[in-house]
Ligand binder design. Sequence first.
Ligand code: NAD
Ligand code: DAU
Length: 354
Amino acid sequence: MKNILVTGGSGFIGANFVRYLLEDSGLRDKDYNRIVNIDLLTYAGNPENLDGVKEKFPGRYFFEQADICDAKAVDDIVIRHQIDTICHFAAESHVDRSIAEPDAFINTNIRGTFNLLEVFRKHQDTIELFHHVSTDEVYGSLGAKGYFTEQTPYDPSSPYSASKAASDHLVRAYHRTYGLPVTISNCSNNYGPYQFPEKLIPLIILNAFEEKTLPVYGKGINIRDWLYVTDHCRAIWMIMNHGKRGETYNIGGRCELKNIDVVKTVCNILDKMKPLTNGGLRQDLIRFVKDRPGHDLRYAIDCTKLENELGWKPVETFETGIKKTITWYLENPGWVNRVKTGEYQSWIDRQYDV
Ligand code: NAD
Ligand code: DAU
């Protein structure tokens, strides 16, 4: 794996992954030539997420603004940078947007993945690995008991998860039909620095900090399995290096929490870090709002395969990870304020008719 193409490297997890590869993975100069980030810079892509990286790693990190749906552009980048490995993050990623405007999800998540696979099929002789980053949402919803394993049948609920399921099937089909060397990972909910504040945790952090209302869907009883983003990045890198080709690995934090408890935890931490001037509690800002249509009740990942085969374990607990995350948002008001202008505000306004 000498020349690695990261798609969607300017988004939340992609940017953390590029930083992890260059700064923390132990990848040394002699191990690789270059990391190339291809990103369209949609509303979710932010060049600031990788500020300073090009300067810190001269001749090692390259950015290419392009659409993964543009096969010619991707082919040109693969040839120019002599790419032999791909880690594919680029996607439309927000469930609520997929319910409101599904079109882009079908295009980027299905057509875009198909395009990448076709380009890599063309260069199959020189390709070592296509790693596909996917989600636990392809498995649908759990009841009160049980876990998602790699054998759980696909049963997606939203246009987002259906489009990710389709992309997973395509990646698997290219392995079985054309022998393309692939690995797939299906991960639970991530949180951490650089996450676009349309997602629950950064939205609640920013609203709670600014003493705005905290929207909780339905009764707040839906459960997600939370994982700090760097633990996800480390798992992906382990799978890329040591995972069996053609195999799928589930990644999760063994950290199931009800949404209402996540929101209350953020409120409590912020109350301690930045007490309200009137002495009040941020929990009082919680408002139960209309539920998400098709809202999956519970996600919980069984990641025994990843733990036993590759020896992965998360480093962060929710307690340590959420404190780091809140601190990061408080310490980066410039990033926050720039992200909140334009598209972000118009999405929030469309959501709550303010
Ligand atoms: P994100 O929305 O923060 O970032 C997506 C990135 O993809 C952005 O930089 C965007 O500009 C880019 N992009 C979108 N369409 C593109 C196109 N047509 N061509 C090129 N670039 C394009 O998403 P994220 O939360 O970082 O998620 C990354 C991947 O991880 C996705 O595939 C998602 O399904 C998966 N995933 C996310 C989570 C999570 O909790 N966020 C959990 C499991 C899996
Ligand atoms: O499970 C992995 C998935 O996690 C990823 O594949 C997706 O890309 C990622 O967006 C995330 O999906 P969720 O829908 O679970 O994440 P979100 O942060 O949007 O919502 C988390 C939970 O919080 C969910 O049950 C809906 C609820 N919610 C969300 C928002 C934005 C609220 O109650 N209020 C909110 O304002």
